[in-house]
Design a protein around this ligand. Structure first.
Ligand code: FES
Ligand code: FE2
Length: 393
């Protein structure tokens, strides 16, 4: 019963996992070590986030003919957007002696040249040149297999303007992995929502650094229990009493509210999605697509917040807001976008302290996974169970 489910610098025992998997009334959460230990961070990287579709950024933040390095939980990767605007993701390492290839975001002419010995790759991944490989002035050698020494590609997909990767290459196709979320999104916002919604400019982007494990940022978003205490202003126009925790699928859960009515600039409102139910204009939905994409669906704007794990005790939230058509960027709606962003900044800033104090609490031997409200913590427990099952796999 107490066999380790994996061993590195820490043990997580089967009995700790089983405790999470109990019915919610009796369950505890994931053990403290999974929030504080480097070994758990790396385990989750290699056995959870790498095996699923994990959000890493926004497609709109990538420029044409540009490569951009990223650090995915310690693994160097880079994106390459070619002149036809195809986006690819690669391991950021040269096939020769393993140098990190791309050190900063920069324009390309379609080629990526390693600074060490000038091996040259195309942005579609092929190894195109190997200067001096056969001695000075001899750029090719017989039987050297260039085809197997190109850039190492990482599977990627874009949905809702969010760039996802699947490092292991083994997840079902994105449309299958996120089927429940995609159909919910289309039902609420219409089949053409992806085309209609446009990402706002810089005024619609927000980045927040948090001193907490990435899971705590997700868990905090999954419950509205804290709303009256942490978000008193939000609770006036979107009260806890109007929220319902919903499980959408094995890998998605979150809050649905019947009442999201901030009353911004009602004399000249932001345009609504044409397919949104006209009788339910104050509906708001706040699902999490596991592992790390937090979504907000409202009649006149949608947001996506990516939780980027940085270390066991730190993560970053990257948020972008999307509006209907020209409302995303036109001056006509500058004030409304700014008002909307200010309200969300207020809400997300209010969540920083609780998340960081939960992280500090994970250092306490007096806390052994805690407990859940069977009603209001339903979605948080669902996420804990999903994580616990990944530890078992
Ligand atoms: S390490 Fe890149 S060319 Fe040698
Ligand atoms: Fe909150």
């Amino acid at each position: 019963m107490n066999r380790p489910v994996y061993q590195s610098t820490l043990d997580v025992t089967e009995s700790e996992i089983q405790s999470v998997l109990k019915p919610i009334e009796e369950a505890t959460g994931m053990p403290n070590s999974t929030y504080t230990d480097q070994g758990a961070f790396e385990f989750e990287r290699d056995h959870i986030l790498s095996k699923h579709w994990v959000a890493i950024g926004f497609a709109e933040h990538l420029s044409t003919n540009t490569v951009k390095p990223m650090n995915f939980m310690g693994i160097p990767i880079f994106t390459a957007k070619d002149k036809q605007d195809n986006i690819r993701v690669f391991h950021n390492v040269c096939s020769h002696r393993g140098m990190k290839l791309v050190d900063k975001e920069r324009k390309t002419n379609g080629l990526v040249v390693c600074p060490y010995h000038s091996w040259t790759y195309s942005v579609s991944g092929g190894l195109k040149a190997t200067p001096n490989i056969g001695g000075v002035g001899v750029n090719t050698i017989e039987n050297f297999d260039c085809d197997s020494k190109g850039l190492k590609p990482i599977r990627s997909h874009i949905w809702m303007g969010v760039l996802f990767i699947n490092l292991s290459g083994e997840a079902p196709i994105f449309e299958e992995s996120a089927a429940a979320m995609i159909s919910r999104y289309q039902k609420l916002m219409g089949p053409d929502a992806e085309q209609l919604l446009k990402k706002g400019g810089d005024d619609s982007d927000l980045s927040i650094s948090l001193k907490c494990n990435w899971k705590l940022a997700v868990e905090n978003y999954l419950e509205a229990y804290h709303l009256p205490f942490i978000h008193p202003a939000l609770n006036t126009y979107s009260p806890l009493s109007k929220h319902t925790p919903e499980i959408f699928s094995d890998n998605a859960a979150g809050q649905v509210t019947s009442t999201f009515d901030p009353g911004h600039s009602s004399d000249h409102p932001l345009p609504m999605l044409p397919s949104w139910d006209k009788d339910q204009t104050t509906t708001g939905e706040y699902p999490v697509l596991y592992p790390n994409l937090l979504l907000g669906f409202q009649a006149n704007h949608v947001f996506a917040m990516i939780i980027i794990p940085e270390s066991p005790g730190t993560c970053r939230e990257e948020l972008s807001i999307f509006y209907v058509g020209d409302a995303a960027t036109s001056e006509e709606f500058d004030t409304q976008r700014s008002e909307n962003m200010s309200a969300w900044i207020g809400v997300f800033n209010e969540d920083i302290e609780p998340c960081e104090r939960m992280q500090i609490g994970r250092n306490s031997p007096g806390f052994t996974g805690g407990a859940f409200s069977p009603i209001l913590d339903r979605c948080s427990h669902h996420f804990h169970q999903w994580i616990a099952r990944q530890y078992q796999n």
